[in-house]
Write a protein that binds this ligand. Sequence first.
Ligand SMILES: Cc1cc2nc3c(=O)[nH]c(=O)nc-3n(C[C@H](O)[C@H](O)[C@H](O)COP(=O)(O)O)c2cc1C
Length: 196
Amino acid sequence: MHRTDLSPDPLTQFALWFRAADDAGLHPRAMTLATATPDGIPSARMVLLKDYDAHGFTFFTNYESQKGRELAQNPHAALVFYWLPQDRQIRITGTIAKLTQAESDEYFQTRPRGSQIATWVSQQGTVVENRAILEARYEEFVAQFGDDPIVRPRYWGGYRLTPHALEFWQAGEHRLHDRFRYTRQGEEWLLERLAP
Ligand SMILES: Cc1cc2nc3c(=O)[nH]c(=O)nc-3n(C[C@H](O)[C@H](O)[C@H](O)COP(=O)(O)O)c2cc1C
């Protein structure tokens, strides 16, 4: 892989690799999201990429979850994608902010009714005695909403990560992998090769 194989714009490059993963029948939206407490204790979990564009990478979750509480106090976060069979990794670091209420409402309304109800049922990350409690709560909400449209709970919504740096890693022969990092420099992106 050579520098000339890469777009000068990391979002264009991301789109190329994302589409290649999609075309290979992978589940390219699954990504690791790492957050940290203000004193630097990390936590990581998978979430689903909803969208990406020049403004950043969006995903949806519970604002009162561990990740939500960490992001409220420390907006610095990282994303990691790994795609086989291409054997490619993309690492992204940046800062995260909530989407607008209107953006979250818009996406919530496109979700299947069962998923909408589940956001009311689950206080993500709290201790639950058993599964039956969750199922009973689900049925209670089904009865409560009846045929009414389901409104988005205020504690559920989207975030956008605005990238400061993106690294594209491609497995190579003899473990001489290719790594290229884009770093934001105002309106421009600095592109550098890194040692594997
Ligand atoms: C492939 C995959 C995709 C997931 N996507 C999401 C998601 O988009 N949003 C979400 O809140 N949790 C998602 N989860 C569940 C999270 O990994 C995690 O269990 C949950 O968000 C609670 O994380 P927290 O307690 O660290 O905040 C996903 C899990 C997997 C395995």
